[in-house]
Design a protein around this ligand. Sequence first.
Ligand SMILES: [Zn+2]
Length: 287
Amino acid sequence: MNCNRILRLLLAFSISFFLITCQSSSPVSNAQTDAQSSSSAGNSGADCAKEPFTYDNGPLGQSHWCGACNLAISKLQAPININTKDAQIDGSLPSINFSGYKATKLVTSENVHTLKVDYKKGESSITIGKEQFKLVEFHFHRPSEEAINNHRTAMVIHLVHANADATAFVAISVLVEEGNSTPKTAALVNKLIQYFPPPDGLQNAPAGVDINAADLLPVGSYPENRNYFRYGGSLTTPACGENVTFYVLKTPVRFSAEQLKQFERHYPFPNARNIQNTNGRPVVQTK
Ligand SMILES: [Zn+2]
C-alpha cells in the first residue's frame, strides 16, 4: 500500500467534505481526469467534472455524482453488462483502423484514482468507417468497468478518442486478464510502471521515452480490428456526458500477476463505476 497516496485521498476527501459543509462550489484540483478533456460532454459543464468524487457509498460516492450521472432522464449511462447472447450480430459493422497510432513521447499523469497517459492533439488517431477520431488519452480501471456475461476482468484500458470538434467520443475498451503478455505489451506496461507519476501527482515526462498505444492492443487487432461489441454510453466519471460510443474488443490482453500487483500497489482503491441499467439500448457485435 502506498501511504502517500492514501494520505492524499484522505486529504481530498476531507477537503471536499469541508467544501460541502460550507456549501461552496469552488472547484478543487484533484478530480478524475477521465472527463477533463471532454468537459463539454457533461450536461452540467466543466464544474461538475472538477468536483472530487469517490467510488464508495460515502457522501462523495457514486449515488451522489453530479452532472448527468444520476439524472432520471439519463438513459445511456456506462458501464453496462453485455449479455453476449442478446448482442445483435451486425455483419455491416465497420472495422476499427488503428494504423494511425504512432510512437509518441510518454507523458503520464494521475489523480487519486488512476494512471492516465496524455496525448497531444493529432499525434495518434483511429478511423472507423470514414470517420477519424484523435486519441486524447488512455487510462485504466481496476477491475474492468464493463462486464461480459456478468464477468469483470482484472482491469480495463480505456483509449479515449474525440472527433474533430470534440463533440463525440469513442472509447476503445481493452479488457485485461492475468496471464502471459506479448513481449510488446509487457514492455509497454513495464515502462508505464517504471514511470508512474511521482507521489506529488505531477506529470512525469521522462526524456527520450516513447510509447505506442498499438502495443496495448490484443493480438490480431493491428492495423485493423473487427471483433468487438458496440454500444452507446457515457463517460464513466462525472459529469457522465452521454456522447461516448464504446467499442469493447472481444479479445483481451494479458498483464502478468506482478504487473497487476504493481498497479494495485500504486492505486490501491478499486475505480470501477457500478454497472448501469441498459434501459433497453441495443448492443451490437461483429460476426
Ligand atoms: Zn475510463
